[in-house]
Design a protein around this ligand. Structure first.
Ligand code: BMA
Length: 325
């Protein structure tokens, strides 16, 4: 079948879900939305764990093959610290991790759930044992953030998704820049939620961190479709210019992955696939995603097929509001 009609370039792992609370060394309500990186040849997941109060923290899980035999920290690895960081009062959620070669550190962008709403916080680590918080870098409501691994014109770049208080203003994806990772500016709206009945109308957000390819930065994003029986979270791809990441080269019209399997359809929040990390190994993408806010699943795809697919999509650069008609 023509891949363009196939809708799914990813293959689910037959052992899905690969991690759930039954694997956890301590009691928890759910484990989901994990960052995924490769460390010393191992797959390391920084997992969002929700406790029985509804508050989330992060715990590290390591595996040699990225599928089974997970070595999970026996206690929470990084807990919210509301005494020193009041913005973490209601937990820390949805981490995205980027290796910053220039700093020799991993940088973690995560959602702090403050009294004023969710916001973007940053922390660094060298070993996933000791963490140094930079603190809140974007006010609420803002989430779904990740750093680019490189600088542009001497500045760090971060993707994030602010939400306006007015319900009539769509939640789009933004790009901001910083010299020191702490003060952010030159904010630019780069990827727009579509309108009407589109799968990615009104609310979109970054999923995994930007991935550098020879054709551009590959961006995995989620779109949220509101229906009478709740939201459906699905995934699309965007290619951003390598030198100028505020320029969109192409974007998929159709979603490329969406809830189908029972563990994606049925959970604490039904019909959600929510990746926070992907790992490139031998030309294959390993996408780790939270399924139905209840467990972690794995799906794989060939990187060149993803890039070819997004490049084969129509160029909508003009007119800019083509999807309104
Ligand atoms: C989003 C985030 C995710 C969650 C998803 C579905 O807004 O909060 O953490 O997985 O909703 O509930």
């Amino acid at each position: 079948m023509d891949k363009k009609l196939n809708h799914e370039l990813f293959t689910r792992h037959p052992d899905n879900p690969i991690l759930s609370v039954k694997d956890w060394p301590y009691n928890a309500n759910s484990v989901f939305n994990a960052a995924a990186v490769e460390v010393n040849g191992q797959t390391l997941l920084l997992v969002r764990v929700e406790d029985f109060r509804g508050i989330s923290h992060f715990t590290v899980a390591r595996s040699n093959n990225g599928i089974a035999d997970w070595d999970i920290d026996k206690v929470p690895t990084l807990r919210p610290d509301p005494a020193n960081h009041p913005e973490e009062l209601w937990g820390i959620e949805d981490p995205r991790v980027t290796w910053i070669e220039k700093l020799g550190k991993w940088i973690i962008a995560y959602t702090s759930f403050s009294k004023g709403g969710p916001l973007v916080s940053l922390a660094t680590t060298e070993d996933f044992k000791v963490f140094e918080r930079l603190g809140p870098v974007m006010p609420p409501e803002d989430k779904d953030a990740a750093l680019f691994p490189k600088q542009f014109g001497g500045k760090w770049a971060m993707i994030h998704r602010p939400v306006a208080r007015s319900p009539n203003i769509p939640a789009n994806i933004w790009l901001s820049f910083s010299s020191d990772l702490w003060h952010w500016g030159n904010h630019q709206e780069i990827i727009y939620a579509r309108e009407g009945s589109w799968w990615d109308a009104n609310r979109i957000g970054l999923s995994a961190p930007p991935l550098e390819t020879s054709k551009g930065w590959l961006i995995l994003y989620h779109g949220v479709r509101s229906t009478p029986s709740g939201s459906i979270y699905r995934l699309g791809l965007v290619l951003l210019d390598l030198e100028n990441p505020s320029h969109v080269i192409r974007r998929t019209d159709e979603w490329i992955f969406g809830p189908k399997a029972t563990y994606e359809r049925d959970g604490d929040v039904d019909n959600v696939v929510f990746p926070c990390g992907w790992i490139l190994r031998d030309g294959n993408i390993h996408m780790y995603y939270g399924a139905a806010d209840s467990c972690i699943a794995l799906a794989t795809a060939k990187l060149n097929e993803l890039v070819d697919f997004v490049l084969s999509c129509p160029d909508h650069s003009s007119p800019s509001d083509w999807w309104k008609s």
